[in-house]
Write a new protein. Structure first.
Lengths: 376, 822
């Protein structure tokens, strides 16, 4: 009887513990989710305020409208037949029509919250000035057209960079102190120059002087009609930017990974594993790589979401039609809906990634537990 | 003759015939020299020059004033360039005062101080050092590349001497005026009410104008002012200097710039725009207090209240003088921009804005003597906004490919700005007596007459009334009768309807002229299905200004138009309904209809503003989401044989024409995948929006020979060398020679309009002026008689020759100094 009660009691305790764990997890998820949502909201609203100069951009836009209409009217000889008052009335009418069509007659404070709500609900709407490459005002279309080229270039480059620096780092950690190790350490400072800087040199050498590779763009002129040759042409156009991207970060990336692996290789538990007589590969897999996995996954995930933003200068140097150049255009033209859309999507991706990473950490790293402070 | 010999003879004959035929075919190359043009995006001029060197592109169509790439072009024998003169820079002063709202003293509220700043800045230094030589010093508002400069050259040159850099004079005048205003110089710094006077300079950050801001600050510091330079982009600065209240004193000086879209023939409106309150409504302009005489003359020039060119020149000259005295803005430099190209490639380039501004670029584009082939053009941007002729893109980057695809009644001369006939055979212009209208001697296609009164007949159409759905006649609107200052009869070429075809194979017809004309008015009527609120005000203005038009003959097409506007060049008193949407391209009536149907259905809109209102897409015939919508409406139009405004247009467009037009458009869309159907020398093969490329191909059915405009492959800007005696005794004769050439060859006399000369004394005053005498091709002679030299001031004098060719608007100057002895 006592055994049964004890068993029931243990079962209840287990259930209570499970419930308690579930509650903790749910509470954690809720609190974390709300925290991230508030962070995203504040971040997006700040982006809206900055993009609009706190409302100053309205004045700039109104000034541009009036300036262009005044100059347009001044150059039209037909207006010479109007009285001064008629000219003024015509100009005011044209200016007011444009101001109303852009919604500039309404206070910025009101519109800023509309931008925020539309952004947070992913109602991306219509751009103020920018058009998609094919001529659409829909922000969804504008971003959609540029996302593909950015992903093709940046994903290829970043993935090559990520895995090659990881592999090279591992190799160097095994050959600590070798000539190759010293060479990579010596080359690591070259990564202080950005990818576009290498890009300019590559263009100079391989395009301008040698004429081997194209200066930029995504495809040859005119674009080949067959899919195969079009892909070949795109690949050819990707060589220089990817080379610049990889070369600019490879040495510092490999160096930091190598240092990282070396630190983990000198942990006590690794020494213990060595003392137990485990072979090198086993030690590397179980005692070095696994503990470093959360950091590597974090780095990988941030690299992946970083693709969304493209790279403004890099895409400009290579004349690549990606999100980075689009963002630059949107900022230059103060196109708030496009700026909000790129910001809010990035913010959501970042928040979701952080949220996911928290959970993944718990799965892959036994040292991390969710909430409560208790130890199981 | 044996069979063998016969065979050989036949073969030889065939060969000779083939050779002759092929030679003949070469002579008859129509449309364009090249087969294909590819326009690619290249935002950076530095990269563009590298790509030109590598042969990756052949021409870079965007203008630039960056000195470093220019140096590369000059040093590379494989590269060459065209020059443009369309942009200029200035310094605008905040003229309000004497004090701002907060009590700070504004030195530039004093007219004499503003005038003295002309002496304060060294325009040669700005041009050579700050603009790296890619600019010419500019003192007056006139650009010497335009014809108005040569019309008043004596005054202009005299004023340039008078207001040349003189730091000491500037300092002296400004000091006098500052003292008179109550300011004091303490420890080398100007003070007012015991506080130092701080000058706020708003400098544009995008280009060399930021350096001009620094230079201006240095010069003002040197005469005792404390300066702060605030660097801002155009859009950041606009709310401060242009839209802001000048009385708040947020700025004292702004380094501005202006551009011309074309080679101006008449800049009479500029004074009104720059010096009075009338043209521009912004707070800065409303704060101007022009010298009353300048205000009055500006208005007279704007409204063309003069009856002779001499009277106009006198008004103009006086306005220039007063403009210096008023100086709410002072001019710094005319920028010289360049259009880079490979040396073996030639193409027409407009003197104001380069290749993209001239309709002649496709016809003149050629690689050496090559026939056929492909030329790649780089452009700073490609496919910026949707193309539609009603309210589509007017970006110069879109105009470049667009201009190749549609034809015109007349062509604007890229070097002189005057008009030349193309599909128009001739025009008869009648203007009121007393108006100073004249035509060029070579313009035999223009007949000019003067009449004491020009009465508009009652049955002439005035405009399309969208509320009534019909044309309104002059008699309806003006039962008391109507007169106009100008009447033009336009005779189109007899072969117009036989030779002009749209790219989809449809023949050009009267419907292509009438539908755009109706649509233009209809969009301004709230009752219309295609009403656009943004058009209402301007359509009302157009209706009030309309003076009537009437078709005289349908084939050959002849029509007459009466107008309130008139131009001093008879050639420009033209009305062309062949290409009504001149700035935005052209479309046949049957594709315009598709756009109208889509707009009526709320799916697309011709203008960006209406698209915003409807929440619809902006209509683009070339690429994008509009195309499937247009195709859908094409199917509907084909089913119903739809014709808008059928009550009116069915008189001109037959049922058969309607059906065949839609069938042609369908076949075109199925083959090319777009609806940009033009009638120019090239057609749009395909636009690549993401890759930012446009592929154009030669239109083989284009009727005009490829060499029709070959004389415009490069501007024949004259080079002049003035030489002669170096000393003369007062009362004795002295001779000078003006050698005029182009590319080392003497300039033909028939292409030189005139060679003026002016003799300036040491103070910059014009002592003598006159015209040189032609001697031979490339040679003119100037003789100063004893009568003339006896009144010359003793000492150093400068004689300047001003050469004005007929082939370009740009005058060429050459100077020579001589000494007059007692």
């Amino acid at each position: 009887m006592q055994n049964i009660e004890t068993a029931q009691g243990q079962s209840t305790v287990k259930r209570q513990r499970r419930m308690s764990s579930l509650n903790r997890v749910l509470k954690y998820v809720l609190v974390r989710g709300l925290t991230l949502l508030v962070t995203v909201t504040i971040g997006v609203y700040l982006a809206i305020l900055i993009a609009n100069g706190g409302g100053y951009v309205d004045e700039m836009r109104k000034g541009q409208i009036r300036e262009s209409i005044s100059i347009q009217m001044a150059g039209n000889p037909e207006n010479a037949f109007l009285t001064l008052q008629e000219r003024r009335e015509l100009e005011e009418s044209m200016v007011n029509t444009q101001i109303q069509q852009l919604g500039l007659h309404r206070p910025f404070a009101v519109r800023s919250f509309e931008y925020l709500w539309n952004g947070l609900t992913l109602d991306l709407g219509r751009a103020d000035y920018l058009l998609s490459d094919s001529g659409s005002r829909q922000v969804r279309a504008i971003l959609g057209e540029r996302l593909g080229p950015t992903l093709i270039l940046m994903a290829t480059g970043q993935l090559i960079l990520f895995f090659s620096s990881l592999a090279l780092g591992l190799v160097l950690s095994r050959r600590y102190g070798s000539f190759l190790d010293k060479l990579i350490i010596a080359l690591a400072p070259t990564s202080s120059a950005p990818a576009w800087f290498y890009g300019m040199f590559f263009i100079l050498i391989f395009s301008a002087v040698l004429g081997w590779l194209p200066f930029g763009g995504m495809v040859g002129a005119p674009p080949p009609q067959s899919t195969f040759w079009r892909i070949m042409s795109t690949l050819k156009h990707m060589i220089l930017p990817i080379a610049a991207l990889v070369l600019s970060r490879l040495f510092s990336g490999a160096y930091s990974r190598r240092t990282f692996f070396l630190i983990y290789s000198s942990e006590d538990y690794v020494e213990m594993a060595k003392a137990k007589g485990l072979n090198d590969r086993e030690i590397e897999r179980r005692y070095v790589l696994r503990p470093t996995l959360p950091t590597i996954i974090t780095s990988f995930m941030l690299t992946i979401i970083g693709l969304w933003t493209g790279a403004i200068v890099f895409e400009t140097v290579f004349n690549w039609p990606g999100i980075g150049r689009l963002t630059q255009q949107a900022i230059n033209m103060f196109d708030t809906p496009v700026i909000v859309a790129t910001t809010v999507i990035y913010a959501y991706l970042l928040a979701a990634t952080i949220f996911l990473l928290d959970i993944i950490y718990a799965l892959v790293d036994p040292r991390v537990k969710i909430g409560g402070g208790g130890r199981s | 003759m044996s069979n063998r010999k016969l065979t050989i003879s036949v073969l030889v004959t065939i060969l000779l015939l083939a050779l002759a035929f092929s030679a003949g075919a070469q002579e008859k190359r129509m449309g364009t020299w090249v087969d294909e043009v590819i326009i690619v995006e290249e935002p950076s001029v530095t990269n563009a020059v590298a790509r030109l060197q590598a042969g990756d592109i052949d021409v870079y169509a965007s203008t630039s004033s960056e000195p470093v790439p220019f140096a590369t072009i000059l040093s590379d024998p494989n590269l060459d360039y065209y020059q443009t003169f369309g942009s200029y820079s200035e310094i605008t002063w905040n003229p309000v005062g004497p004090t701002f709202e907060d009590g700070r003293f504004n030195p530039f509220s004093v007219r004499r101080i503003r005038e003295a700043t002309n002496w304060l800045i060294d325009r040669d230094y700005i041009a050579q050092e700050l603009y790296g030589g890619l600019a010419l010093p500019k003192a007056t508002m006139l650009n010497n590349a335009y014809v108005d400069y040569s019309r008043v050259v004596e005054t202009a040159r005299s004023l340039e001497f008078q207001y040349a850099y003189d730091f000491d004079l500037a300092k002296q005048v400004i000091s006098e005026e500052m003292m008179a205003a109550g300011a004091s110089l303490q420890n080398g710094k100007w003070h007012y009410d015991g506080k130092p006077i701080e000058i706020l300079i708003l400098a544009r950050s995008e280009d060399q104008r930021s350096a001009v801001g620094d230079y201006l600050a240095d010069q003002l510091e040197a005469i005792g002012f404390t300066c702060t330079v605030d660097y801002r982009s155009g859009s950041e600065a606009s709310p401060i200097w242009m839209m802001g209240d000048p009385w708040q004193g947020q700025w004292h000086a702004y380094t501005g710039g202006w551009g011309a879209g074309a080679v101006y023939r008449d800049q009479g409106h500029i004074f009104d725009q720059m010096y009075t309150r009338r043209t521009m409504s912004q707070p800065l302009w409303q704060a101007l207090e022009p010298i009353p005489e300048l205000d009055q003359i500006s208005e007279m020039l704007y409204y063309k209240r003069f009856s002779t060119m001499e009277e106009r020149a006198a008004l103009y000259s006086r306005a220039l003088e007063l403009a210096f005295q008023d100086s709410p803005r002072i001019y710094t430099v005319d920028q010289i921009s360049y259009v880079p190209r490979r040396a073996e490639v030639t193409v027409a380039s407009d003197l104001a804005q380069g290749i993209s501004s001239t309709a002649l670029w496709p016809s003149t584009l050629r690689r050496g003597d090559e026939i056929g082939g492909t030329i790649t053009i780089g452009s700073q941007q490609v496919l910026v906004e949707p193309w539609n002729p009603v309210g589509g893109s007017n970006w110069t980057f879109d105009q470049l490919p667009m201009r190749a695809t549609f034809d015109r009644g007349f062509i604007s001369n890229p070097f002189t700005g005057n008009y030349m006939p193309h599909r128009i055979e001739r025009i008869e212009v009648t203007v009121l007596e007393g108006l100073p209208v004249a035509k060029e001697p070579a313009s035999d296609w223009v007949t000019l007459e003067f009449a004491p009164e020009i009465v508009v007949p009652g049955d002439a159409w005035l405009y399309w009334d969208g509320s009534l759905g019909r044309m309104v006649t002059v008699a309806e609107k003006y039962p008391e009768g109507l007169t106009a200052p100008r009447h033009t009869v336009v005779y189109y070429r007899e072969d117009l309807f036989d030779t002009v075809t749209w790219h989809d194979g449809s023949p050009y017809t009267v419907g292509d002229m009438l539908l755009p004309t109706i649509l233009d008015y209809d969009r301004g009527f709230p009752e219309s299905d295609v009403f656009d609120p943004a058009q209402e005000a301007s359509v009302k203005t157009a209706m009030n200004n309309a003076r009537g038009w009437r078709i005289i003959s349908l084939d050959p097409f002849v029509y007459e138009v009466w107008s309130q506007s008139w131009y001093i060049d008879a050639e420009q008193n033209i009305g062309d309904i062949f290409a009504p949407y001149y700035n935005y391209g052209a479309q046949p009536w049957h594709t315009l209809v598709l756009g109208m149907m889509a707009e009526m259905n709320g799916e697309l809109a011709f203008t960006a503003s209406k698209a915003n209102t409807l929440g619809a897409e902006w209509l683009g015939y070339n690429v994008g989401p509009s195309l499937p919508i247009l195709d859908k409406h094409l199917d509907i139009a084909m089913e119903t044989n739809f014709l808008p405004y059928a009550d009116f247009l069915s008189q001109y467009i037959s049922e058969e024409e309607i059906a065949s037009r839609y069938t042609n458009a369908k076949a075109w869309y199925q083959e090319k995948g777009h609806f940009w159907i033009g009638n120019g020398p090239m057609y749009l093969e395909k636009a690549y929006p993401t890759e930012r490329m446009v592929h154009l191909k030669r239109y083989e059915n284009y009727s005009e020979p490829a060499d029709k405009w070959s004389m415009f492959d490069q501007p024949r800007i004259a080079e002049a060398e003035l030489s002669g005696g170096t000393r003369v005794r007062a009362g004795q004769e002295i001779r000078f020679e003006v050698e005029i050439s182009f590319a080392g060859e003497p300039y033909e006399l028939e292409f030189i309009q005139e060679v003026k000369y002016i003799v300036l004394d040491a103070t910059g005053s014009v002592a003598i002026s006159g015209y040189a005498t032609p001697v031979a091709d490339g040679l003119f002679e100037i003789v100063l008689t004893g009568e003339q030299t006896k009144d010359l001031p003793i000492g150093s004098n400068t004689i300047e020759a001003i050469v004005l060719p007929t082939l370009v608007a740009s005058a060429t100057f050459s100077a020579h100094t001589f000494v007059t002895l007692p």
